[in-house]
Structure formats: C-alpha cells, structure tokens
Design a protein around this ligand. Structure first.
Ligand SMILES: [Zn+2]
Length: 417
C-alpha cells in the first residue's frame, strides 16, 4: 500500500447564509464551481460545527479546532498567536496583545479604528518612536516590546512576573465612543498590575503620537493621524502538543494571514513561503496550489489557507464573494489536475460561516468534502452548505475532523485491543 497524503484547503469564512442579491442562494451555491463540485461528487460530505452548534468562532479558535484541538480547553487568547505568526518571538510566559494604530479626537473618542488603514512605512516610524519612549520611560515590567506589523496592526509583548491575561480590551471595537480603560477581570494583583500598565501606556503613547512629525505630515495631506494605540486580545501561547506528536504526521501550511500562521506554527506545522500569496483578493491561487503539491514531496499533510472569501463578507460584497469562491475553484482545479487521488486526500472546508448580511462571523455549520483513497463516497454531487448537510459525514464538530482525516491517512490508533 502506498503512503497516503492529504491537502486540506480551508477557505476563510466561505460558508454563508442565503442572500437576496443572489436570489436566495449562498455565494457557494451561486458560484460556478466545477472543481469543488467534483470533490463533493466523488467524495464524502458533511457539515461541521466548528466549536459547537450556533457558536460563531474567531479564525484562531476555528483553526485550532480544525487541527483537532479542544479549544474550550486550550485557547488562551489571540495576541500571542498573532505575534508568533508575525515572526515575533513569544516565550511560554509572555503576554502579547494585538494593537491597532487608531485615530481619536481630543475627548479620546475613536474616529477610526485603523487610522485610515495607515501604510506600513508610517506605522513603522511611529512604532520606532513608541519603542524609544518605552526605553526612556519604561513601565514597571520585566520586558516590553512594541512592533508594527501590517498597516494599522501592531503587537505589544509584555514579559516578567506579576502579569495576567485577565484584563479587558481598551479597544471599544466601534467608532464614536471613548477609548476604554483596561480593567482587571479578576481580583488578582497580577490583573490589576497588567491593567495599570496598559492604562499608563495608553497615555504615554498618545503623548508621543499626537505631536509626531509623521502625523503632522499625514494631516497636511488630509490623512487621519494615528494618534493612539488600541489594545485587545491579550493572550499567551496555548499549551498544546504538536500535530506530529499527536498524529504521527509531518504537517506544513501555506498561509499569509499572521493569525493563522501563528496557530499553525504553535501546532508545529512547517510554514511554506509562497511569493504573491498575500491574504488579499489578489492572492495567487495557482502559485499556492503548486507550492502545496511540491510540499507533498516532503510533508504528508499540507494546509492551504485562503482568506479572500472572508474579506468579501466583511466588506458586505456578495458578488465579490462569489468571484473569490470561483477563484478558490481554480486552486482546487490545479490540485485535481496534479495530485493522484489514489494516494492523496483532498479536504475542502471553511473555518466558520461569515454572513455577508451581518458582515460578521456567524454560528451556522460549514460544509466539508473529502475525496481520496478508501473514502466512503456518498450521494452528494454539489459543494454547498445545504447540499453537504445531506452527506455521509453528517454533522460533526470541528475537532472531530482531524481524527477522520488521520484515519483515512492510515495513522489512526486503535481504541482498546
Ligand atoms: Zn476566519
């Protein structure tokens, strides 16, 4: 018997609800997707409640679940995952927060949570000024690092004793309201101390940013100044065993989005760089598919993450979402034309439903289809939310998918004798 390998395609937020603009179809149902349909037709289908029925998951939680982890047990916040996915070192006891450069008025009311989607160059210069101020006037903490990543995004890392993740965000997550004070979420001195540090940084960062030449220049050009930093998603690395240890596989991932890269890195997956895999509408799906096929020569499990479907929903654009699903179909077509389904599994799913009506993640289950050797083929012949619900996998939980894949890989361990 030859060794079975697997390509797992995760289209971010691909699942959706029926949309008026698409005559009551979901974007998946409305798109021309011959390759996705071929996988459904020659494979087994089902629907997946990523965390639990009706619970909308974040992308970090969702990927942990799709990789087989019990997120209710292991999830420990977003910040550290995003940091490690942005090539910032995080040690087991470090705390990390996701930060946004944002625009506030003199009353500290948020005018734009992304400072007009500030460009990388401006954000990097401002980050250097903040780093300098942290050196000149450090808060009482063992170690601190602030680094901008992409556009308005940045990471704050705190290390040392007397810290806790039990602290609320300063990001109000909406505009027109004041920046929040970080609050301790339990009675510990660690939580009080961490909240106090964040509140102090909030003031300190504002005083550095409000008069910074980069912001003067931005205002002259009619751009929004990045005069504050919002903190959210404080977290530590989850304590999880790597996939190799759990399943005996050699896993790799192709993903552009830092948060997903972070999750996969923590799961011990090898990150495969692909030029022009951007995590945007323009991403090069053919390059991604080819890189995945090449990777299968060395690894036996490759996850391909595709972000653009989720972006279209958050942007509220049904037609764009259909177009992105059709773009994904091109990726899948390359896979179908290059791998041998006698020794390779292809798994297609999504990390959560993103409703293009709500423009937000939603709690409906997502479709899944698996094609490859020894798959118990069912009668479903179309890849869609409603079609897959009639499939042979039935309705499963996110953490159950990985053991199903591992069984098809011939690597499942017997329960009992
Ligand atoms: Zn997602």
């Amino acid at each position: 018997m030859s060794i079975v390998k697997a390509v797992f395609v995760v289209a971010d937020g691909m699942a959706d609800v029926p949309l008026k603009e698409l005559d009551g179809k979901t974007p998946l149902e409305a798109g021309e997707t011959p390759s996705l349909n071929r996988i459904a037709e020659s494979g087994i289908c089902g629907v997946v409640d990523i965390v639990a029925p009706g619970i909308p998951p974040g992308s970090d939680v969702a990927h942990l679940a799709l990789l087989g982890y019990d997120v209710l047990e292991v999830y420990s916040g977003r910040g550290a995952l995003e940091a490690i996915g942005s090539e910032i070192d995080i040690l087991p006891n470090d705390l990390a927060l996701r930060c946004n450069f944002a625009t506030v008025n003199e009353e500290f009311e948020v005018l734009d949570r992304r400072a007009g989607r500030i460009e990388n160059d401006d954000a990097a210069k401002l980050a250097v000024a903040l780093e300098e101020s942290l050196r000149d006037d450090p808060p009482e903490v063992g170690g601190i690092l602030f680094k901008s990543t992409i556009q308005h995004r940045a990471i704050l890392r705190l290390s040392g004793p007397n810290l806790s993740t039990m602290v609320s965000d300063t990001d109000p997550h909406k505009i027109g309201v004041k920046v929040l004070k970080a609050r301790p979420l339990d009675a510990s001195s660690e939580a009080h101390n961490t909240a106090a540090i964040l509140n102090q940084l909030n003031q300190q960062f504002y005083s550095v940013l409000k008069s910074h030449p980069v912001n003067d220049e931005r205002m002259k050009k009619g751009l929004l100044p990045a005069n504050t930093v919002l903190f959210r998603g404080i977290g530590q690395l989850p304590e999880i065993d790597p996939l190799t240890l759990l399943y005996g596989i050699r896993p790799a991932v192709i993903a552009a989005v830092p948060l997903v890269r972070g999750v996969c890195k923590v799961a011990g997956m090898h990150l495969i760089p692909v030029a022009n895999a951007t995590g945007t509408y323009e991403t090069d799906v053919i390059a991604k598919a080819r890189a995945a096929v090449e990777t299968l020569e060395v690894h036996d499990f490759v996850l391909i993450h595709f972000k653009a479907t989720d972006l279209a929903s958050h942007d509220g654009k049904p037609r764009t979402k259909v177009a992105m699903i059709e773009k994904l179909d091109v990726l899948v077509n390359v896979l179908l034309n290059t791998v041998d389904l006698e020794d390779t599994l292809i798994i297609i799913s999504s990390d959560h439903t993103t409703s293009t009506v709500k423009r937000e993640h939603s709690g409906e289950p997502v479709p899944v289809a698996i094609v490859g050797p020894d798959v118990r083929v069912d009668d479903v012949d179309e890849f869609g939310e409603r079609a897959c619900a009639k499939g042979g996998l039935g309705r499963i939980l996110g953490k159950d998918l990985m053991p199903i894949i591992v069984n098809l890989l011939g690597k499942a361990e017997k329960a009992g004798s």
